[in-house]
Write a protein that binds this ligand. Structure first.
Ligand code: TYM
Length: 335
């Protein structure tokens, strides 16, 4: 079996419309990495159903994430784009990892605590064991690198712990210890309504996030309404401390413009937010508009999307199956 040195796996849930955080924290980085790495990009529908998903819309949400990947610039011929539930080896390896991971490790996952809130007795078992499936997504391809937003850091540490414990328990070096790739100016995009909260699909306010499906008018309205503070824009990076909303908008600007936070600060130092917001609207519309247009176009031809996913599935299974077979052999299962 070949042991790759530069293989990426990353996943995006089809659990709602994609937002600017998904794009700047993850998908934009996937596009940048595709030349250098062999890439597996997965639409993680098994993860999505850890909370309720409407069966009438799930398939189309899955296609929409695929369309977003392609519209953002991921080449579907060169990369493997596929759906998690169509590659059964993920769920099979996840079971094996459920028997490796410890309750204490999963109990420490902050994302579970945030999502379950006070309702932890009543959430699905899947939501609790979510990170072991994520470890399986990565390790079933022996992936060496995982590009994600900052919020997935703890899950990746758990993936590394699972790989390490499996290797130690079975006295092998079969699984690689994958490295997170968390980079760019917007690794944690915050809500437009509250700079202390992450931009997320589950926020009840539509004004908290920019969606990849938003029109230019929607984008303009949301940025105009975005929370700021009464001071003008800062003149040094230091001045951004204690100004989370300003920091967030400047990071978004820098990321969309492919420049640095320092550059944006030096361009706007001392200016009013109204001027800055006007330019941020123009920049956002010019960068996101073409992606939205292309996504909408792709979504009119679902058979094209399905054929990409079908190819991706075959290629993914070709890599995943031998890894699962070897894992079962290491554990001692009858072949
Ligand atoms: P998901 O679907 O919530 O998000 C997809 C990607 O978007 C990033 N992201 C953000 N980045 C910056 N700012 C934000 N506000 C923001 N919100 C989301 C996420 O970090 C992620 O990279 N558990 C994963 C999906 C997954 C996965 C995997 C990822 C399943 N298996 C294996 C990597 C490897 C998730 O819920 O992503």
């Amino acid at each position: 079996m070949d042991r790759p040195t530069k293989r990426i796996l990353s996943g995006v849930q089809p659990s709602g419309d994609l937002h600017l955080g998904n794009y700047l924290g993850a998908i934009k980085n996937f596009v940048a990495l595709q030349e250098e790495y062999e890439c597996f990009f997965c639409v993680v529908d098994l993860h999505a159903i850890t909370v309720w998903q409407d069966p009438k819309v799930l398939a189309n949400k899955t296609r929409e994430v695929t369309a977003a990947f392609i519209a953002s610039g991921i080449d579907p011929k060169k990369n493997n784009i596929f759906v998690q539930s169509q590659v059964p080896q993920h769920a099979q390896l996840a079971w094996l990892f459920n028997c490796i991971a410890r309750m204490g490790w999963l109990n420490r996952m902050t994302q579970f605590k945030d999502k379950a809130g006070k309702n932890s007795e009543n959430v699905s078992v899947g939501l609790f064991s979510y990170p072991t499936l994520m470890a399986a997504d990565i390790l079933i391809y022996l992936a060496t690198h995982v590009p994600v937003g900052d919020d997935q850091k703890q899950h990746l540490e758990l993936t590394r712990d699972i790989a390490q414990k499996f290797n130690n328990d079975f006295k092998t070096d079969f699984f690689p210890i994958p490295e997170p790739l968390i980079f760019g100016q917007a690794t944690r995009v915050m809500s437009l309504r509250d700079g202390s909260k992450k931009m997320s699909k589950s926020d009840p306010s539509d004004y908290s996030r920019i969606m990849l499906t938003d029109t230019a008018d929607n984008i303009a309205q949301k940025i105009k309404k975005a929370k700021t503070d009464p001071q003008p824009l800062p003149s040094t990076k230091e001045d951004l401390k204690q100004r989370p909303e300003a920091e967030n908008l400047i990071s978004i600007f820098a990321s969309l413009q492919n420049s640095s936070i320092e550059n944006v600060i030096s361009e706007y130092a001392g200016k009013e937010f109204s001027d800055f917001k006007r330019d941020l609207i123009d920049l956002s519309v010019s960068k996101l508009g073409p992606i939205t247009t292309e996504m909408n176009k792709l979504m009119t031809d679902t058979s094209y999307i399905d054929s990409i996913l079908n190819d991706g599935k075959d290629r993914a299974i070709n890599v995943a199956e031998p890894v699962l077979t070897k894992t079962k052999e290491i554990i001692g299962f009858l072949s």
